[in-house]
Structure formats: C-alpha cells, structure tokens
Write a protein that binds this ligand. Structure first.
Ligand SMILES: Nc1ncnc2c1ncn2[C@@H]1O[C@H](COP(=O)(O)OP(=O)(O)OP(=O)(O)O)[C@@H](O)[C@H]1O
Ligand SMILES: [Mg+2]
Length: 182
C-alpha cells in the first residue's frame, strides 16, 4: 500500500501524463466540519472505454493478466473504501478522465496527506509542458497554482525544470498551506 495521499496523487497524475493530457487539475479538499478529505484529478487525456473503465479499479479481472498489472487505481480505491469513503471514476474516450477519492477525515486508517508541496514540485518540474492546476481547499478558503501562470512569470517555460524554480514552488505551496490552516 502507498503510505501517503501525496504518493497516490503522484501516481494518478502520472496516469494523466501517460494518457497524453495537456491540462490536468489536481484538487485536494479538506472539509473538517464535513469530516471529508477528497482528492480529485481531472484530465483531458485520451480517456478510457466503458469496458476498460469497469475493470480498471479491479486488479483481479482477466484483462489485467494480458498486460502489465497496474495497481495505482485499485490501491487508491481500496484505501478510500477502507476509510468509509468512496471512489468515483468517469471517463470519456477522446475527452478525458475524472477521478475522485473521498476519505473520512478522522478515519485512523486514512493515509496522511503527506508532502503535497514536494509532490506538486515533482509533478510541475517533471512535466512542465502540461497545464497543471493544483488547487487546495481548506474550510471555505483555497489556494491554487498553475504552470501557466508560472510560465508567464518565468517567460521561459523550460525554467520550470530547474531545481531553483522547483524549490521556490515547493516553498510557495508550503507557505500557502500554512496560511490556509491559520
Ligand atoms: N487518466 C487516465 N486516462 C486514460 N487512461 C488511464 C488513466 N488512468 C489510468 N488509465 C488506464 O488504466 C490503467 C491502469 O492504471 P493504474 O494506475 O491502475 O495502473 P498503471 O498506471 O498501469 O500501473 P501503476 O500505476 O501500477 O504503475 C493504465 O495503464 C491506463 O491504461
Ligand atoms: Mg498508474
């Protein structure tokens, strides 16, 4: 099992990259009064057929034996369901995929959020040509950062690959999350 939600985010975001997405939204929402932690990833990649979609969350279906066994989605689904949450995935071939995992916030078995600033840094630096949006909602407030806006400021989008910029991004997110929680 993956230990942190941030590791699930990385895994699911990599699926979007593999699907050829040009825009991807990653949203984390912490709703303490509602006792819900949710993670949503939405992309405009190649999508999945209805047949494939029905099997993708189940690692024991036959189609899985005919190719490399992927466990990213099954792990996330299992993790959410073990925490009184739910897992919803929808996809349209040629249009994109949306995946949402909900957890009971106070569930003792819930994976901790993990290091989102480092994870987002890794994703942005790794695939700077994709239009990423990271949105983090806490209570009624939210923070978001996009590679589009960063590219505008940097002028050269390739600078997103540099350690200096990556560390700056990580720092900005860490600060913003602290502020959200204040
Ligand atoms: N966002 C997506 N768009 C299109 N297809 C997807 C998407 N996410 C997953 N898939 C399809 O579902 C398969 C299973 O995904 P999953 O994350 O469970 O495993 P994997 O990526 O194949 O392997 P692993 O994550 O274990 O390295 C992928 O190989 C891909 O074919
Ligand atoms: Mg995967």
């Amino acid at each position: 099992m993956l230990e942190d939600l941030s590791q699930h985010v990385l895994d699911i975001a990599e699926n979007s990259v593999a699907a050829g997405a040009s825009s991807v939204l990653i949203e984390i929402a912490e709703d303490l009064p509602g006792n819900i932690l949710s993670m949503t990833v939405e992309d405009d990649g190649k999508g999945m057929s209805r047949d494939f979609l029905e099997k993708v969350a189940d690692p024991f279906t036959t189609t899985r034996t005919t190719r490399r066994v992927g466990m990213g989605i099954p792990f996330l689904k299992q993790s959410a369901e073990l925490c009184g949450g739910k897992f919803v995935i929808s996809s349209v071939p040629g249009a994109g995929t949306r995946l949402e995992a909900l957890f009971k916030y106070d569930c003792i078995d819930r994976p901790p959020l993990g290091d989102m600033p480092a994870t987002v840094m890794t994703i942005f630096m790794g695939y700077p040509d994709i239009n990423w949006t990271y949105r983090h909602i806490y209570g009624g407030r939210e923070f978001s950062m996009t590679t589009e806006e960063l590219a505008l400021v940097l002028e050269d989008r390739e600078l997103l690959r540099t350690a200096e910029v990556g560390l700056w991004i990580r720092g900005q997110i860490a600060e913003a999350l602290l502020e959200l929680r204040n």
